[in-house]
Design a protein around this ligand. Sequence first.
Ligand SMILES: *Cc1c(COP(=O)(O)O)cnc(C)c1O
Length: 384
Amino acid sequence: MIPFNKIFLTGNEQKYINEALISGKISGNGSFTKKCQNFFEKKYSFKKTLLTTSCTDALEMCAMLANLKEGDEVIIPSFTFVSTALAFLRTGAKVVFADSYADNPNIDPKGIERLINKKTKAIIVVHYAGIACDMDAIMSIANKNNLIVIEDAAHAIDSYYTDRKGVKKPLGSIGHLAAFSFHETKNIVSGEGGLLVINDDRFIERAEIIWENGTNRSKFFRGEIDKYGWVDIGASFLASDILAAFLWAQLEAIDEIQAKRVALWNHYYETITNSCTTPDFEIAPIPDYASQNGHMFYLVAKNLKTRNKLLALFKNKGYHAVFHYSSLHKSSYYTNKHDSRILINSDRFSDCLIRLPLFVDLEFSTIDQMVADVLMDSYIKKVI
Ligand SMILES: *Cc1c(COP(=O)(O)O)cnc(C)c1O
């Protein structure tokens, strides 16, 4: 069976973990943590970054920084992972779900404006599959209504958005805050792991405090104050330096990892568009303003029945293809808290999306074989 995902090790993970062990300093905010944070701040011009134990934790920090409380509302796409909503719900705020575009799963800015009222405090966007949301449109709605924009950039490392003026910006650098994931299913991994990005100066000092149990310990270690204490809310959001050591080995190879993943994505795209002409599925178009970062290659089947037939076909031929999110507004936990709006596009992606295997060690020839075995025109016509 060709797996859906397989972690890629660069070979230096053990070496750097050993270095961390030998150094005797393995708690958070150590030398590997600083190396990783500097790397992100330099390569992607993120103003300030903090390494966390997960993207979920980074999103929880965003919710705290946005000062959300009971009675506030946040707008979140329904087609996303549970964490995106959970982090904000925990503050007592109400999650208001928004729909996707008709042709790709990202949040459709056209639907956002009518969800905004006096209680709205933030918009959370998810760059699905590492493809940028329309950030000019979203930032403009947010500025007009004085809202905070948080990018859930879990899929979106090393991906870009080109704004209306032609300036190319890394995803995660555009909203006031952003969160990345290094979970083993993402492009760059450390098992579990995440990164909070702070692009707005207003939040930097408080983010460091929330990161370290509500204390001003970071300031103390920089010699800016002579003792530290409890000054705000927070938690132990820091990642161990062992985790940072693993991550550092991955970051050293990020260009190589990304080049291979992007090439695999392009190979899927070319092979399928050249050899399959079928109304049974399509490849979602990538908007002109967005890049693809090889995070995920997916098809959208014409309906649920076709999707399930295709999934079974992949499985029978020895390839592990998988579906993805189920609309959160229909989850058993949230359905009675959601108003009666129908989110037709989110539901369609829940029913029709298929993700195909994509990992660094996947062979181009395996993609050729997969397309021939499962997706080729004639085969489709006979089986579906
Ligand atoms: C993976 C993922 C998360 C959660 O990341 P963790 O690091 O596992 O907490 C959040 N949002 C999206 C869109 C994700 O894909």
